[in-house]
Write a protein of this length. Structure first.
Length: 482
């Protein structure tokens, strides 16, 4: 039987322990501190930790000011690339989440935890010898030392919501109305002139978050509780997951992995999972590589420019570019990994007709445009930001960016066929969409030239598809406007 050690006693450790129980895996919990039972600031659970369906809480998320103002208050400077990853909401939204107190307090109540003060990397190495796998939810000593320049701490003042509601409205005018309504909310503050970055009312508490440059006075704190929370700069590099005290140790969570960007990406994926897609507009689901951008040409030119490898002419008869270029697969794979890990998706050549065509869809047909790509963001988290940077650099009117290949067909089918159009180049996905009743406009390539279906229109230039799109969706717009 497999035996597992879980290092830490926070939310990540609780999720791992729950998974072990679900799969009847024996585990021990080892920590240098007692379980986390208080959660300052804007913290909630986005995944249901229970096997049964449990009640959710609606959290309303708002903003005031600007994303630039929000970032400047936190870091005093703003790198334009940070705007691609910030969680600052440009529009209000509501998320369905789970209460961490409902799960974690009863979970830890009956758990045996081996407490070891000041767990060193050597201690952890010794512990790992007795287990098949060790899940480590906090940072190694070595990574803490190396990453120290990237770490900051900022204050959060927390109040019991019922007690705060009794305070004179003149003392806390910002929260008086919201407190009386008992709703759960989180407000991002990008206004200049003060140090507050977020205020939230969640699960019986009200939290005021401030920038790292502000030290709250006792007069301000009153009967509140101050917690200094660690955070990392947006440009913090990810820790090498292989650089651990023992080979069977797996780093779990943003604090262990030093991966702020991954957390931001998961936030964005969760937001889009629950974000409503309008039903009263034309929905365009577009591929990127081979449809809006010439990935193959960009890759071939990059290989020649950087590595001096001059491949044979790409005839684009197959989607397997390594075969087309007469490359050994292992050689191609290494080049592709280098291409993706060094941010080359930011430099994909845009097809000449793509910009004008998307703006035509947006301006003339009021399309809601979702970019859907199969780029391997889970392998290289920077790909998410690189892709958004490419979209912004080329001024493409994209409303959402989603990751996955098969899921785009499921998304299109779920939305229905009357008001959904797909832009695609992959022959397999073209046919799957068409068989699902989704109309497809495909950029013509030799590898998809033989694909035919009544719902597929293949064009060399997207301008050739405008008339058919008008005709296909005329009925929908007439019904909408009647």
């Amino acid at each position: 039987f497999m035996k597992v050690a879980i290092l830490g006693a926070g939310p990540s450790a609780a999720y791992i322990a729950t998974a072990c129980e679900d799969f009847s895996v024996e585990y021990d919990i080892i920590s240098s501190r007692s379980p986390t039972l208080f959660f300052p600031g804007s913290f909630w659970l986005r995944q249901n930790p229970w096997t049964a369906l449990m009640p959710v809480t609606k959290v309303h998320i708002y903003s005031t000011g600007s994303a630039i103002g929000y970032l400047r208050k936190q870091w005093k400077m703003v790198d334009p690339a940070w705007l691609l990853h910030t969680s600052f909401p440009e529009i209000s939204r509501t998320e369905l989440v789970w209460n961490p107190y409902d799960f974690l307090i009863p979970f830890w109540k009956n758990k045996d935890i081996l407490l070891i003060k000041d767990l060193s990397d050597e201690d952890i190495k010794d512990i790992a010898e007795g287990y098949d796998a060790v899940f480590m939810t906090f940072a190694t000593q070595k990574s803490k030392k190396v990453m120290e320049p990237f770490v900051i701490k900022y204050p959060i003042i927390s109040y019991n919501a019922e007690e705060l509601a009794k305070v004179d409205n003149e003392t806390y005018p910002l929260t008086s109305t919201l407190l009386s309504s008992k709703i759960s909310y989180c407000i991002y503050d990008g206004d200049a002139g003060h140090h507050m970055t977020r205020v939230s009312q969640l699960f019986g508490y009200v939290h005021f978050e401030y920038s790292q440059y502000y030290i709250p006075t006792q007069e301000l704190i009153g009967n509140g509780k101050v917690t200094w929370v660690s955070d990392t700069y947006p440009a913090t590099p990810e820790w090498n997951p292989q650089d651990v005290p023992a080979d069977n140790i797996i780093l779990v969570g943003r604090h262990a992995q030093w991966n702020r960007q991954k957390s931001d990406i998961l936030d964005e994926l969760h937001r889009q999972e629950f974000e409503e897609i309008p039903t009263d507009r034309l929905i365009v689901i577009t591929d990127l590589d081979g449809t809006l951008g010439d990935w193959r040409k960009t890759f071939i030119e990059w290989v020649f420019r950087i590595h001096g490898i001059k491949p044979v002419k790409d005839k684009a008869m197959s989607m397997q570019i390594d075969s087309e270029l007469a490359m050994r697969y292992d050689e191609y794979y290494q080049l592709k990994e280098s291409f993706e890990s060094t941010g080359q998706y930011r430099h994909i050549l845009l097809y000449p007709d793509a910009h004008e065509f998307l703006h035509w869809l947006k301006d003339e047909l009021d399309a809601y445009i979702i970019a859907h790509t199969a780029r391997p963001w889970k392998q290289y988290y920077r790909i998410w930001g690189d892709t958004w940077e490419w979209i912004a650099k080329n001024s493409l009117p994209i409303d959402q960016l989603r990751i996955g290949s098969e899921s785009r067909i499921l998304l299109a089918s779920k939305l229905g066929g009357d008001n959904v159009l797909m832009l695609e180049d992959d022959p397999g996905l073209m046919l799957r969409a068409a068989h699902s009743g989704i109309k497809v406009v495909a950029r013509e390539h030799p590898y998809n030239n033989g694909v035919t279906h009544e719902y597929i229109r293949t064009v060399r230039d997207f301008s050739q598809a405008k008339e058919s799109i008008r005709n296909d969706f005329r009925t929908f717009h007439e019904e909408l406007n009647s």
